[in-house]
Design a protein around this ligand. Structure first.
Ligand SMILES: [Zn+2]
Length: 185
């Protein structure tokens, strides 16, 4: 069963705690203890993806809805901006080199999500496919946020004209999850 590290959960809890009254209305009751300011969320603890998806759905109702953009993709983009600028993930970015950046990103997938392995398939000079095998989500929220995260990853690596779209998802009945990545030459 798909699980996620606390690093992702902490981001969601921050959003929910910023509007506790509204959060109580949209978050299932069994998660309300996370809204208590004194309740610590461990970065290293694993959480079932289904629980995390409940937090994502609630948090998505609290953040401003971007015009014409999927709110979960936007949340993934925000997460990329927070984490890839920090010390822990700064080594993932290889400026101006989309393929190396994606390969470095794929290497750290298993540290933060399980099960599954991610690898990159080059599709030519300006495109690549990111393939995730063994990841078995029942819902697509996290994968939609990954689309935004990957777009943010390429943009932060100063890749021009980065475009990312989800091509397959286990939650949609496909046997793997994958993302098409394109960029300007
Ligand atoms: Zn998926």
């Amino acid at each position: 069963m798909a699980e996620i590290r606390g690093t992702v959960v902490i981001d969601l809890v921050k959003i929910l705690r910023s509007q506790p009254e509204r959060a109580r209305q949209v978050l299932p009751a069994h998660h309300h203890e996370l809204l208590e300011p004194g309740k610590r969320v461990s970065q290293v603890r694993w959480m079932p993806l289904n629980d995390c998806a409940e937090l994502m759905r609630a948090a998505a109702q609290l953040v401003p809805t971007p015009t014409g953009e999927d709110v979960l993709e936007a949340m993934g983009g925000t997460a990329a901006n927070i984490h890839l600028r920090g010390e822990v993930f700064s080594g993932v970015l290889k400026q101006g080199d989309p393929l190396a950046t994606l390969e470095r990103g794929a290497m750290i997938w298993s540290e933060h999500q399980r099960p599954g392995r991610m690898h990159v398939e080059s599709q030519g000079p300006t495109s690549a496919r990111l393939v995730l095998e063994g990841w078995d989500p029942e819902q697509d929220e996290f994968c939609r946020s990954m689309t935004g995260f990957l777009r943010g990853l390429l943009t932060l690596a100063e890749v021009r004209g980065a475009e990312v779209r989800m091509a397959h998802c286990h939650a949609h009945g496909d046997n793997q999850c994958s993302w098409e990545d394109k960029w300007a030459d």
